[in-house]
Design a binder for this molecule. Sequence first.
Ligand code: ATP
Length: 237
Amino acid sequence: PASDEVLGIGALQTGYGAEPVLHGVALSVRAGQMAALLGANGAGKSTLMRSLAGLHRPVAGGIHLNGRELAGLGAEQIAALGLVLVPEGRQVFPELSVLDNLRLGAFLKPEGREARVEDMLERFPRLRERLHQRAGLLSGGEQQMLAIARGLMAQPQVLLLDEPSLGLAPKVIEDLFAALSRLRDERMTLLLVDQMAGLALSLADHAYVLESGRIVAQGSAAELLADGALMRAYLGE
Ligand code: ATP
């Protein structure tokens, strides 16, 4: 692996029951870079993200974070080591306030928590306006911002983002990608899954295309973006 690899995945296989979904996936995310993972519905992107976060058990293969093997560890241990998933579907605690959702994100790293809350409110000003409201009352876009902010509260080494733009209006997607662009500029290490292939590639450094549980293309984001045939074949653009 490259010397600045933070997250490395090798020959990862998994599935549901006897049904294989990932057939030996390998990918690598370097320090301070954003990698995009693209592919059609059902390709296995969420399964991969959930496997990385310890929510789904790999059948074979390795997952390394800063050289340390993660496969077999539990979700909480993996999060504590710094691999943090913002799952698909804006999963906030609907009955809790925005503030309590943010604070919960820091439960494994409570020191400096309130300063991080302030950082999140500066990053996502809409959350400040809604600070004491129940998270379940937020708009879809606000809930997605909150889910990302809660993930950042854990001070991850690598933030895994699964379909953050799903179901959001174009203007909200624009705001979301502006927030992601800022994280990238700050050299947060990110692995992004998103159906908005063009937007994701415009931000990412490196990208992988997953098709039926296999990586079928990879390269710099600029190379993939310039490959019209690939964009049409796999990404529907
Ligand atoms: P999408 O963009 O639609 O979420 P994806 O690329 O994230 O697609 P996955 O959700 O990982 O794909 O699904 C990959 C395959 O695994 C699909 O065939 C799906 O039907 C199957 N699958 C996903 N979750 C389960 C589950 N809990 N039990 C059984 N099969 C599942």
